[in-house]
Design a protein around this ligand. Structure first.
Ligand SMILES: [Zn+2]
Ligand SMILES: [Zn+2]
Length: 321
C-alpha cells in the first residue's frame, strides 16, 4: 500500500505491507487524512517517532478481528490514543493518559498517511451521513478544541480571549463562540481571521489589543514561546490560562505573575470526539473555509510542502485514486 513514512526523513512508499488487525481491532481504508502541526513537529524530531505519519482521518471499516462486525462498511474516524485498559489511569477511564498507550502516528503506532490502518474498535466513531468527508477529517482537531469546554466552566459573562489564528486557534474560536461569553480571537493574519469573522467570531490584530488585565480566560494557541507571558499580561487576577500549544522550545518563563495573580494554568490536549461530530452534524459552524488544499496521495510531497508554508491552514491528502 501507499504510505508516508518518517524515519529520520520523510519517505514516500508504495509497497508498504497492509497491516493485519489484532484481536479487537479494525482494518480501515483511509479516504482522507489531514496534515497537522504535530506531524510537522514530528518531522523536526518531536517525540522521536519513526513509522507512518498522520492521525487525522476519515475512512471505511473493511475488516474486524472480533466483535462488532456490524461496523464493517461504515464510514468512521477514530480516537488516536490506544489505551491498555489495565493501568491505574485506564481504571479511572482516563484513556488519553494511559501510561502504556500507543498513539496513532505519534507514538509506537503507525499513523493514517497510508491506504490502510488498524485501530481498536473501541476507538471508532461512525460519521453521520450529513457530514462530508472533508468535514469529518476535522473531528480530531475539533475534539481538541472541545476539550477546553470539558476542562473549564465558561460562564455567560466571562471575557474570553484566544491567542493565535492557526488551525487550532480558529477551531477553538468557533467552538467557544457557541457559548454566550464575550469571545475574542487575536491573530496576526487578517486573511485567516476573516474565515471565522464571517461566522460571527469577533477578531483583533494583536497590536490593537489593549494590554490590561481584563480577561477571565485566555487560551494560548500561538505555538510560540512568547504567548505564555503575553497571556499573563492580559488575564485578570484569579483568571484561567489554557495552554493548547506543545511548543518544543526551551524558554525561560517568569512565573511570578502566576503566583501574584493566582492564575490557574490548564494544559489541554486531546478531547472528546462525540461533541465534535455532533457539532459537525448540527452545522454549528463551517470548518471548510479552513481547508487550504486537497491533494491526491500521488502529490503528497506537494501537500507536505504547502502545509509548511506560512499562512497555510488545513491541507488534506486524498487516498482515493
Ligand atoms: Zn492533529
Ligand atoms: Zn492504560
Amino acid at each position: 500500500m501507499k504510505a508516508i513514512e518518517f524515519n529520520k526523513t520523510v519517505i514516500f512508499r508504495d509497497n508498504y505491507p497492509v497491516p493485519e488487525p489484532q484481536s479487537g481491532e479494525a482494518l480501515i481504508k483511509i479516504d482522507l487524512a489531514g496534515i497537522c502541526n504535530t506531524d510537522l513537529e514530528i518531522i523536526k524530531g518531536y517525540m522521536n517517532f519513526s513509522g507512518i505519519l498522520g492521525h487525522e482521518f476519515v475512512g471505511r471499516v473493511v475488516k474486524i478481528n472480533g466483535d462488532r462486525q456490524e461496523l464493517v462498511g461504515k464510514r468512521v474516524t477514530g480516537e488516536i490514543n490506544c489505551p491498555c485498559k489495565e493501568c491505574e489511569y485506564c481504571q479511572k477511564g482516563l484513556y488519553t493518559h494511559c501510561s502504556n498507550r500507543s498513539v496513532l502516528g505519534i507514538y509506537n503506532r503507525n499513523g493514517c498517511f497510508a491506504d490502510y490502518i488498524t485501530l481498536p474498535v473501541d476507538n471508532l466513531h461512525i460519521i453521520p451521513d450529513s457530514v462530508t468527508d472533508e468535514e469529518a477529517v476535522f473531528t480530531e482537531p475539533l475534539a481538541a478544541a472541545y476539550e477546553i469546554l470539558e476542562q473549564v466552566n465558561i460562564k455567560p459573562d466571562d471575557k474570553v480571549l484566544i491567542l493565535g489564528d492557526g488551525k487550532l486557534g480558529l477551531l477553538v474560536s468557533l467552538v467557544l463562540n457557541q457559548t454566550a461569553a464575550d469571545v475574542l480571537l487575536a491573530g496576526k493574519h487578517e486573511e485567516k481571521l476573516g474565515k471565522v469573522e464571517d461566522q460571527g467570531v469577533k477578531t483583533i490584530l494583536p497590536e490593537n489589543l489593549e494590554i490590561s488585565k481584563q480577561y477571565d480566560i485566555v487560551v494560548e494557541a500561538t505555538g510560540s514561546a512568547g504567548g505564555f507571558e503575553f497571556a499573563l499580561s492580559l488575564l485578570k487576577p484569579r483568571g484561567i490560562l489554557v495552554l493548547k500549544s506543545t511548543v518544543a522550545a526551551n524558554k525561560e518563563i517568569n512565573l511570578a505573575p502566576v503566583v501574584v495573580d493566582e492564575i490557574t494554568v490548564i494544559g489541554s490536549r486531546c478531547g472528546p470526539f462525540k461533541p465534535a461530530i455532533n457539532a459537525l452534524e448540527k452545522k454549528l459552524f463551517n470548518v471548510k473555509p479552513l481547508i487550504s488544499g486537497i491533494y491526491k496521495i500521488s502529490k503528497a510531497k506537494e501537500a507536505l510542502k504547502l502545509s509548511k508554508t506560512k499562512g497555510c491552514l488545513k491541507v488534506i491528502i486524498d487516498f482515493n485514486d
